[in-house]
Design a protein around this ligand. Sequence first.
Ligand code: LMR
Length: 335
Amino acid sequence: MWLRTWILGLVLGCSALSVMAAEPMVLKFSHVVAPNTPKGLGAEKFAELAAQYTAGAVRVEVYPNSSLYKDKEEMEALQLGAVEFIAPSLAKFGPLGVRAFEVFDLPYIFDSAEALHKVTRGPLGQEMLALLEPRGIKGLAFWDNGFKSFSANRPIRRPEDLRGLSMRIQSSKVLDAQMRALGASPRVTAFSEVYQALAAHVVDGTENPHSNFYTQRMNEVQSHMTLTNHGYLGYAVITNAKFWNGLPGSIRAGLERAMRDATEYTNKIARAENEKALEAVRSAGTTEIHEPTDEERIAFKRALLPVHKAMAGWIGEDLIEDIYDETGFDPDALE
Ligand code: LMR
């Protein structure tokens, strides 16, 4: 009798254990943009691959559109361990004490995606991610969005057209200096509040890659956009270092592989997503889109390139020089 009871107990115990083992580890990925953007699609791809490469041991839940945390809160939540993955714009690391990332905000520092990738895919990029470690953060990857355009409720043909306007910026000192160089007043605004701020005329204009502009419906509240391509917006995908280092090795390996593949996917689709969004803005017909002439482009460059020198003390002159060397950028060339 006791033997039967013992065997039954053992069987029940084992099946309870196997049920427990079948429960996936749930990890949260929070971000502030729409699902149909490069970052939104990248996060979904990572979730899909994380489940696949860990054979269902991990389930990544993606929270888009600031539905879990807004800009500032997501950084704090990551450090507290309340969320496992976030991918803030490189312009939002200053408040964490990592000013170096603001080098990506310098106007015109990358002539092309190819020049940018020399940094994000090379040793310099790895060195930059390592700067996060003393803050308890592990940098996993760089994800692209794209190049930004200025928008407002008036035509923007020359730098002077932004003079006196209140312009929404991300929390970056370099972007602050950029707007001041144009005679505009920069105003830091959380991404989740930009549409409202524009609609209520709290700010007059902004700068965005097309995917963010369109998916946040900014075309409804901005009558003009100029395809200035004056700066880059991209992301660092980050996690809490203590959480990451404490993962079982096989799970971490699966997640690393998922991140590698999701990064390749995101950076492959980013340009096309932005082109699609620009076409959608065009079709909506609410925003007049201006392609600057060569002369207008040079005028913007002339107005904005001095920001490199002005912000060298803030970012670090050596880092700026390293990026010039890596990409072949000539800060004196206006063409
Ligand atoms: C912004 O605030 O404009 C961007 O950082 C949003 C994003 O994550 O692309």
